[in-house]
Design a binder for this molecule. Sequence first.
Ligand code: GBH
Length: 441
Amino acid sequence: MESFQWGVAGAAYQIEGAHDADGKAPSIWDDFCRKPGNIEDGTSADIACDFYHRYEEDIELARAAGFKHFRMSISWPRVMREDGLPNEPGIAFYSSVLDALEKANMTPCVTLYHWDLPSSLQTADMPGWMSPKIVDIFVEYATLCFTRFASRVPMWITFNEPAVFVFGGYQGGWNAPGIKQSVAEALVAMRHVLLAHAKVVALYRARFQLGEKTGKIGITLNTRHYTPVDASDVAAKGAQQMLEDRIASWSDPVLFGDFPSSFKATHAGNLALRLSQSEQETLRGSIDFLGINYYTTSGVEEAGGSSWKIVDLGEASGASWLRSYPSGLLLLLRWLSGRYPGLDIVITENGFCTPANDPEPIKDDVRVRYYQDHTRVVKEAVAEGLPLRGYFAWTLLDNFEWAGGYKERFGMVHVNFEDEALARTVKSSYRWWQNFLEQNA
Ligand code: GBH
């Protein structure tokens, strides 16, 4: 496991707080949280973990755990003003974070977009990712980030979980900006995200990739494995169809330049899925690695005739969508490297949820077990020769879990949100990582 990257991941909106500090403009998540009913416990991330002011202490926690890689995101409305000019104090913040990481001997992995679109880009005239104008506006934002930070950041991710903010934000409505419309309509946003990704990667490769092309850029997809639980052909076909619909619908475009034929058949006639020759060319091969966030697996079972259904597998957590099923990770990695031979894969998130009302939050044995089981699979995958290059645990701190508010905890460090001091206390899982990383250094 010589050069394998062990890291810890987080995202700006979930931890930074300081929602209006130093010229930061509002984001669609600031707005979404203000609307009653959107967030389970009625909270927001106005303060969150106050990482904005405590990043030194928190980076020290990550360092002392033994992590050598640190995944973070840049908040677009913190670094770019509504008039498009740089917001220097916001840029200075990330610059200080990078300084602290350098001092701590940790390598940054930076996500450009982890869901906090500037509010000024989501209006009646400018409908966010639904507008074709967003493509070039995202390129401008990325240009600013690369100009200021590319020389210090060897690993970039354009988008975190595009399916979640596209379909959650522009179809289901449970994610910002909270728009409810048909899947067919939301595919327009999917198209724009893919085109924005491809353009930003072309820009990075042409102008910013570090000397000797050591800098890498990729995309991170939300994934789960879909695994047949019976031996029927129907279940096998159902599982394959789900994997293509949920994962390959994003990874095929950035690797092959076009959507899977099954996806095009499902949405037959939808113009958003028609890519021109030149769009296909910019998309094709537009990642140096594929980032996957893996948390869970679903079973697929024959349900009579030619129909199949999704069933729960594995051990329950504090979030209904997340059940621990470690072997699904290995199956998913095999499926991905079968479809995309030679492609480098990085697990950019993996972690377990416990409820906020857990009577013993510090003694998070279930999380220890989850990390044990999943890191074992990581080692198996590497031993098997699968091109898995890194693993990032989600996450260092208990934080703002989007629509789940503060009710769902993923941290290896407890944060006391009941008290202004926001005290950090390491959990058993933190100590487990410390020990694990010492042995695997
Ligand atoms: C990731 O999302 C995010 O990147 C990260 O910010 C987040 O904190 C972390 O994982 C933990 O959740 O409709 O029942 O599926 C994970 C994918 C997709 C899981 C949306 C929750 C909503 C509930 N998420 N899903 S459901």
